[in-house]
Ligand binder design. Structure first.
Ligand SMILES: [Zn+2]
Length: 282
């Protein structure tokens, strides 16, 4: 099977799963993948993602101009283009409205606590990108702020976004985000999460290399207790490789950090730490 043919089939299959699992309603959600250095393959606007056929998909260039397809590309294409522009390592993007994760996004509660081993190793914290009107540059700009440092985001009052090196990996991250949200909700109903120790978080972060996970997965300082008045949300995305990664202290929705909780590490230092961990495991 030709690469494009296979990627079209994969997008149709992921659309079916996203719909089946209730991660979207009606015509919501969108999925895209890099076909090569200059072209994207993307879901069309105005169709249910659960019932697509391969011929419905649209190809565009990296500026979002349509190249082929009878339909128009997703109205959320700007958000996808922002990801591909800022993350050359990323080849696939999935956007959906999974109800529990979206509930956290509506409540203004980021999924930023180190409570589940698989989330610590794969995604780190899942911050909330500020609200932006869907299909506008506002939303794309909100995504830009975090996407350099995160593979999973909540979108305030909207949904969730996950990215990866290939389509199914991006989809599985969406499953993980929603699963994590459901577990967090239950834990909060039962009295609150008990976070993993700093030592365990360090151990898990070092294990990332063994799973071939290269993307950064920043975390809140693990000493944060669940239920703290102060929440860090996450370390912020750097504007350049040497930019300081700091927790965004001016997040009015989630409070601000105390000086003792600040995480200061350059992006380059963080990626070097992870690279070292991978080397040690080989
Ligand atoms: Zn949406």
């Amino acid at each position: 099977m030709q690469l494009e043919e296979r990627l079209r089939a994969d997008i149709v299959e992921i659309g079916r799963r996203v719909y089946e699992r209730g991660f979207v309603a009606s015509n919501d959600g969108n999925i895209s993948v890099r076909l090569d250095d200059d072209r994207l393959l993307m879901t069309p606007t105005g169709v249910s993602k659960g019932f697509m056929t391969p011929d419905m998909l649209v190809t565009t260039d990296l500026a979002g101009r349509k190249l082929t397809g009878d339909r128009d590309a997703s109205s959320e294409i700007l958000m996808h283009l922002a990801v591909y522009e800022l993350r050359p390592d990323i080849r696939a993007v999935v956007h959906a409205h999974p109800p529990t994760a979206t509930g956290f996004a509506v409540a203004g509660i980021p999924l930023d606590r180190a409570v589940l081993a698989e989330v610590v190793t794969t995604l780190g914290s899942i911050p909330i990108a500020d609200y932006g009107t869907p299909s506008t540059t506002e939303l794309a700009d909100a995504v830009r702020r975090f996407i350099r440092a995160h593979d999973g985001l909540l979108l305030a009052n909207h949904g969730a976004l996950t990215v990866a090196r290939e389509l199914f990996a991006a989809y599985y991250k969406m499953e993980t985000v929603e699963h994590f949200a459901r577990i967090s909700l239950v834990a909060r109903q039962l009295g609150g999460e008990r976070v993993l120790s700093r030592e365990e978080v360090n151990r898990l972060q070092h294990l990332r290399g063994r799973y071939g996970i290269a993307a950064p997965a920043p975390l809140c300082p693990p000493d944060h207790e669940a239920g703290d008045e102060v929440s860090c949300q996450t370390v912020d995305a750097p504007s350049s490789p040497d930019a300081r990664l700091v927790a965004p202290a001016a997040q009015p929705r989630v409070g601000s950090l105390g000086l003792d909780d600040e995480v200061r590490l350059t992006y380059r230092e963080l990626t070097a730490l992870i690279a070292d961990a991978v080397k040690q495991l080989r």
